[in-house]
Write a protein that binds this ligand. Structure first.
Ligand SMILES: [Zn+2]
Length: 311
């Protein structure tokens, strides 16, 4: 399967050399990512407890994120909308948070994650109605961006960067409930009410703090955004990160689908779908790693500087 895919991609000319996809090393700074501080953020977010869309926990998390990025000098936009609660049908107020760096730049990179947590750990064999705090599935992306925020103003970037936190990724109680509420809203707004900036490409992160961390090419990302996907894995190679494995493994439906399909933003998904505590009560800080968070931050900080090669 992999080989067939590679053949197709080669025939389409989408496999290019590293130099075409990412810029030369000397243009790229390597800021000192602080693993302990990053993990502290993951702990802080988990200490809030469950952060289900529309809940008090989510509200608290929003305050933490907004205060954090305001202090670091980012511009924050709140994108609010209502969606029907899957059980009651009553409207739930959802909120995507958009944290912008270099807001004056019209060509932008989208970095995104979801920040709501699933209502229940339904993959937990012993306790599927237990308490779910989503350390990897939820808090890891938030912590990653909170740490990256410390370095954003020091970088000389060709593109502006928006870090977008999607709400309602998994306000899911039963089979058939709708996923990706926040990313779908964001993508639809972008398509229908075109802002005066353009997102050139995007990276979605989901479950990037596990130990061990393994990030394979995700198949839908290869299909929709092959260059972006390969450029991120090349950036990982450049910084010596071995968690990024240049092989396709899982095919995942995630927030990158509406971004690619509705908004037409070529977006890749960094997701460790082999995380053994996925949707269980074990998805807790003890089963996450500061080193994983640090390593992904290093790759993305490299990548956002090196992306001119994608033009
Ligand atoms: Zn999940």
């Amino acid at each position: 399967m992999l080989w067939r895919l590679l053949h197709v991609m080669m025939a389409l000319g989408v496999i290019a050399t590293a130099d075409v996809l990412i810029a030369q090393d000397q243009e790229v700074k390597s800021p000192g990512v602080n693993a302990t501080r990053a993990f502290g953020y993951l702990n802080d977010i988990c200490d809030i407890g469950p952060r289900i869309s529309g809940s008090g926990g989510m509200k608290k998390q929003q305050e933490v994120i907004i205060n954090h990025f305001k202090e670091l000098g980012a511009t924050i936009t709140e994108q609010e909308f209502d969606a029907p609660h899957p059980l009651s049908g009553q409207p739930v107020r959802l909120k995507n948070l958009i944290v912008s760096w270099h807001p004056e730049k019209k060509e932008r990179i989208l970095l995104c994650c979801h920040y709501d947590t699933r209502p229940f750990p339904d993959q937990d064999r012993r306790n599927p109605r237990g308490r779910f705090i989503g350390a990897n599935d939820g808090a890891s992306g938030v912590a990653l961006f909170m740490e990256m925020g410390h370095h954003m103003n020091d970088l000389d970037l060709s593109y502006g960067v928006d870090m977008v936190f999607f709400d309602g990724e998994e306000l899911v109680f039963r089979r058939g409930d709708k996923y990706f509420l926040g990313s779908e809203h964001f993508a639809t707004q972008y398509r229908d009410n075109k802002p005066d900036h353009t997102y050139k490409f995007g990276v979605l992160v989901d479950m990037i703090a596990g130990k061990p961390l393994r990030l394979y090419y995700e198949r839908n990302s290869l299909k929709y955004a092959p260059k972006v996907t390969q450029s991120v894995w090349m950036a990982a190679e450049k910084v010596g990160n071995r968690a990024f494995i240049k092989r396709a493994r899982h095919e995942v439906l995630d927030d990158h689908i509406p971004l690619n399909e509705i908004a037409d933003i070529p977006t890749t998904d960094l997701i460790d779908f082999d995380y053994q505590y996925w949707h269980t009560t074990g998805d807790a800080p003890r089963n996450c790693s500061s080193r994983s968070l640090q390593s992904v931050a290093e790759v993305l900080l490299y990548w956002i500087q090196a992306t001119p090669g994608l033009k």
